[in-house]
Write a protein that binds this ligand. Structure first.
Ligand SMILES: Cc1cc2nc3c(=O)[nH]c(=O)nc-3n(C[C@H](O)[C@H](O)[C@H](O)COP(=O)(O)OP(=O)(O)OC[C@H]3O[C@@H](n4cnc5c(N)ncnc54)[C@H](O)[C@@H]3O)c2cc1C
Length: 88
């Protein structure tokens, strides 16, 4: 049976979650956003830095997730032909 899932907030967290759920489950996912467009708050107004994970001690979950997220972000950008610059 198709699940009905509602997610409140169309920022990066809500949208990424909606994408992951829609791809991994038999679900109809609805994102509820109070603004007229998605990503108008923090997600659309940040510094655009893909964090390397250097600020966290090695072995911390945050460091691990940061490194994993960085690779996933780069792969996603390549796949979708989105600009991604590695500044070093
Ligand atoms: C100045 C600044 C610079 C930053 N720079 C970076 C950076 O360089 N690199 C980085 O990785 N991170 C950066 N961040 C952090 C990053 O932007 C946030 O962690 C991320 O965007 C949070 O995403 P979010 O989806 O949780 O929140 P948001 O993007 O704020 O999305 C929340 C959404 O929920 C909606 N909403 C809220 N309440 C309701 C409701 N009741 N009903 C319906 N919708 C609702 C809002 O309208 C909004 O669209 C920065 C943050 C700031 C503020």
């Amino acid at each position: 049976m198709t699940e009905q899932i509602g997610i409140v907030g169309g920022g990066i967290v809500g949208l990424a979650l909606a994408r992951a759920l829609a791809r991994s489950r038999d679900a109809e996912v609805t994102v509820l956003e109070k603004e007229t467009r998605v990503a108008t708050h923090q997600t659309g107004r940040n510094s655009g830095v893909v964090h390397a994970g250097l600020y966290y001690p090695p072995g911390w979950l945050k460091a691990e997730l940061c490194a994993r997220g960085r690779s996933m972000t780069r792969e996603y950008c390549e796949e979708k032909h989105l600009p991604y610059r590695e500044g070093g």
